[in-house]
Design a protein around this ligand. Sequence first.
Ligand SMILES: Nc1ncnc2c1ncn2[C@@H]1O[C@H](COP(=O)(O)OP(=O)(O)OP(=O)(O)O)[C@@H](O)[C@H]1O
Length: 777
Amino acid sequence: MDGKMRKLLLSIQLQTSSFPAPAPQHHLLNKSSFKRTNYYKNMAANSKPRPCCVMDALLGAVADLGWSQPTLIQEKAIPLALEGKDLLARARTGSGKTAAYAIPVIQRILASKQSVREQEVRALILVPTKELGQQVQAMMRQLTAYCSRDVRVADITGKTDLSAQRPILMEKPDVVVGTPSRVLAHLSAQNLVLHSSLEMLVVDEADLLFSFGFEADLKNLLCHLPKIYQSFLMSATLTEDVQALKELLLHNPVILKLQGSQLPDSSQLQQYGLKCEEEDKFLLIYTLLKLRLVQGKTLVFVGAVDRSYRLKLFLEQFGIPACVLNSELPVQSRCHIITQFNQGFYDYIIATDEQSLADPAAAPPPTAGKGKKKKNTDKGGRAKDKEYGVSRGVDFQNVSNVINFDFPMTVESYIHRVGRTARADNPGTALSFISHTEIGVLSEVEDALTGDNSDCVLKPYEFKMEEIEGFRYRCRDAMRSVTKQAVKEARLKEIKQELLNSEKLKTYFEDNPRDLQLLRHDKDLHPAVIKPHLRNVPDYLIPETLKGVVNPLSNRRKKKKMVKSKPDGVIKSSFKNIQGKNPLKSFRYSAGRNRKDKPVNSDIMAYSLHRYSGIRQRTSLHVSHYTLYSSIYLNRKQHFRFSLIMVYITFSGTQSLSSSHLFDEGQQSLAIVLPLQRQFTLMGKLVTAQEDGQLEAVGVQVAEVIHTCGRKKALKGALIKDQCCLDDYFIIQVTSSPWHEPRYVSVMVRWLWAYDMANHLNMASSGVSLRDPSFCR
Ligand SMILES: Nc1ncnc2c1ncn2[C@@H]1O[C@H](COP(=O)(O)OP(=O)(O)OP(=O)(O)O)[C@@H](O)[C@H]1O
């Protein structure tokens, strides 16, 4: 954590005069070492007791999030909010607006509770969509990790009955998060009473509230609020709607209009446009994904629900798994898909940006007040959720690329979609396919972005279509199977499946949360006829110019055939087929030298290690230090000795599987670490792995690893047996004694790896779990 963040948080402390003095410095995270002190260890060990001051609580939470400095909006907004000012803050997407209001809200609640201990709803956060509601609640929970008993947060955006949510509201959570219509419904039903207790009102994504048809609800809702309260309006764009809201809600506000540009500049976000015919879009996406020209987690936006299934069925035929995300899916499924995507379960999401839901001109006019119809339906009579919106506000984490398969219909929509990548200070790429019918909007977008900042203009994506002509035939072949009927069936099948998952199995999943983790949303739908040969890319079809860059991992499916498929969620090791080549066993790994199809580079090495570890599927994402930090945090029972852990695998006992199904002869855990003193860039910063296990710029402190452990001591006495150097990596072999209590199938695999190409270190992380181990909370 750098001085700025510390100073900012200190200012919270200073402005809270009624608070006890700040904890002595040694109680705080030490900037240079990032050592978690005894104070924090105790906090964790004692299930987070009351912190001794606000500073400690927030500092601990921010450190856990791995944030080293405040973003610009946080730096400007937090002090003003603490002075009690009303705020209208406009900052670009992904700039950290949530914490900019959440930190002062938490601080004020904690401060109020010093004098008035009565439990009241003190803050109301209004959001336009359910996805956002869940996300805001998650962020609030993370920030209140060390004061969760003092600041209770309830998200009422969910689809549950009002009556089911009543008991939650009766307990008067300190913060209520909801959509205007849901909050109004509760106010009208007297489940929620705010007129005497409310101290703060936040309207998040203010520019979207009116467009989601909440204007009337919002106006009605204001009658239930007290005369005086502090308000924050947070928005990515300053539209007329935001101006109207400002008049309605704010009193003498400070207006923070940060950064001219609504999107990050070209050093962080690369924006490309590619003009093409409609049919070419499918050819292009196939080439980009199948040849892995697009790397990292990718969001593909389409304009309609049917399109998303069409694209999914198309990609399915080439063995490219993707999840669809649209307003027809039950809200639990949507949120689960987003959570799993953020955890690295999937590489691709095909998201429908349903304009009609957000555009009042296209959607049926909303009726005001209580009893308002919340859903519109499509031609087929299927229910769409009006409070759906994944292109807006949702914090998809570590998204490397956004692809506009269909170009958005408005400038705002473009900004919100593209804003799903290059969030915080992560880099990102946006690529838009533009057919001739979409060129009109393109010029609008270009005009808007050029006016904003000339850096933002879409650069042409130089792609020689003639080079991929060879693929056209197979794309046409695949498209022939994706008929209207197939799309219709796929759509129905998916909805049925998801409804079953989220409704009928809801109670089951509540009782067995770990099984929910295993639920995948990117399974093949298969209504289209699958031709197996389409899954492979014959060498002769790969253009000469792309041969060098094509990721050779695309052949992995061939190899997977060697592994007989097991029931869902069960990993079968491929060790039998590679006995003797296992570097963990022989320590004679050849770094790819003897493998015909693999170039020698460290990426491949990381991959082969992953393969040797018996993991079925490779997914990857760019890692932020949040992910890295929280991964370690989740496994705080493990301690690692090296500068940066790239792989860690933990599991406990099993009934039907023994450890040998997963690893040869009791090899239980594997770690790749970066060599010490090696420099690399991480999140745009030059970082050196230090001998004492620190990453100076990132703040990841890793201590000793002696053994992995599971509940009931399923793994006992694992120890680091050996280590050796393979080119740039050390491999640490960890062995353990035989299974102690072979009772549960319980395996968790998560790993991070790094590869160094052209002076650039990319971080990747993956997670596969058979079952989440009981100790991974
Ligand atoms: N100080 C910080 N340092 C590093 N990362 C941060 C910081 N503050 C927030 N983030 C991260 O930045 C990402 C974007 O934050 P957030 O969702 O609040 O942005 P936003 O401005 O609300 O975006 P949008 O307008 O799209 O909703 C999140 O993953 C969050 O964890």
